[in-house]
Design a protein around this ligand. Structure first.
Ligand SMILES: *Cc1c(COP(=O)(O)O)cnc(C)c1O
Length: 362
């Protein structure tokens, strides 16, 4: 068996040690004689798993006491509906402010417009989202129930280096493609959500970290299983949750802790990303897609100056065990997604390949 270096944007690679552990205990979880996916979400084994997942998240992300951790069905985009359903009625004007820094941000504000009136207070659409747009603080008013941002723009390879000052307007952040890749002050946020499949585990489930006082504003018509309060009251087990995804995430969190936690990963992620960005900046053969000051450490996007070589680049990369490097169709070119689980060796292999490809094509 050969494992490739998987640069796919999501579902994305998970640490090999985590995959091996899951494989080892798949048929017989902890001596039960059944798999974790075959036993009740109310079993004592699963109860231990979900409690440990909570504890690890509190420790790794430094989550204060006045926040709740929820595991919500439907992945990240389901939160594009859940966020307005739960929050847009916080202020009677039923307005929310959105920063449009990419395609997922756009999908989020379109969905929210079904439930209230949306102000797009900043957008970088005019330059195909190659930057985080500047935000005028005066455009965020007390009529806004919340301010929504996409902290890392997976498709375009940009991220907020600093988060906007929103006074007492709750800041809501889609952190799907970067949660636990860098240190955060959770107190800056009202809600953080992340689909698991980029940095945390399998697809189909979202992690939601929400300040407790924000659980009280859901619109009356909110479906029970989209109401964050249901999840908070029932420890995310109002119905049968995705037990396997929560179990896998717990293994990923244990692995993260063994690596030294978020601070250690943040350093490692910077080393990995800079290896690629330095190479891109030193070459005329490769051109970075995102403006340098907004570059993501999770998704590195670039073009070949001669786009006719792209198919060759991708095919030869694959022959070299470098998988899923094709850029998103909205951007073209190449995208290397290098989440926490991508080892430095993967970025070194990609950098070596890029140098060799440049040499043999100039
Ligand atoms: C991948 C991604 C999504 C979509 O996640 P789904 O779980 O497929 O709904 C949303 N936002 C961001 C920032 C993403 O990277």
């Amino acid at each position: 068996m050969t494992r490739v270096f998987n640069f796919g944007a999501g579902p994305a690679m998970l640490p090999t040690a985590v995959m091996e552990r899951a494989q080892q205990e798949f048929l017989d979880y902890n001596g039960v004689g059944a798999s974790i996916i075959e036993i009740s979400h109310r079993s004592k084994e699963f109860d231990t798993i979900i409690n440990e997942a909570d504890e690890l998240l509190v420790e790794l992300a430094n989550i204060p006491d006045n926040y709740k951790i929820l595991y919500v069905h439907g992945g990240a985009q389901m939160q594009f509906s859940a966020i307005p359903l739960n929050l847009i009625n916080r202020v009677s004007a039923r307005k929310a402010a959105y920063v449009e820094s990419g395609n997922f941000a756009k999908l989020a504000n379109k969905e929210a417009a079904r439930y209230g009136s949306i102000d797009i207070i900043a957008s970088s659409e005019d330059t195909n989202y190659d930057r985080i747009p500047a935000i005028d603080a005066a455009s965020i008013t007390d009529e806004h129930s919340y301010l929504h941002i996409t902290s890392n723009n997976t498709i375009y390879g940009t991220r907020f280096q600093q988060f906007p000052e929103s006074r007492d307007i709750p800041l809501v952040a889609d952190m799907t493609s970067e949660f636990l890749s860098r240190k955060l002050d959770i107190n800056q946020f009202g809600v953080i959500f992340a689909g698991l499949q980029k940095n945390l585990g399998p697809s189909g489930l979202a992690l939601v970290v929400i300040r407790e006082d924000l659980l009280e504003h859901a619109l009356p018509d909110t479906p029970n299983l989209l109401n964050y309060k249901t999840y908070a009251d029932k420890h995310s087990l109002a119905n049968t949750n995705n037990t396997f995804a929560i179990y896998m995430m717990k293994l990923v969190l244990e692995w993260l802790k063994e690596q030294g936690g978020v601070a250690a990963l943040e350093q490692q992620n910077a080393v990995k990303a800079n290896l690629l960005y330095d190479l891109i900046d030193q070459s005329d053969f490769y051109l970075g897609t995102a403006q340098a000051e907004y570059r993501s450490t999770m998704n590195v996007t670039f073009h070949l100056a001669n786009n006719d070589l792209l198919d060759d680049f991708l095919a030869q990369a694959l022959d070299n065990g470098l998988y899923a490097l094709k850029g998103h169709r909205n951007v073209g070119g190449v995208r290397a997604s290098i989440y926490n689980a991508m080892p430095l060796a993967g970025c070194e292999a990609l950098a070596a390949f890029m140098q060799e490809f440049e040499r043999s094509n100039t």
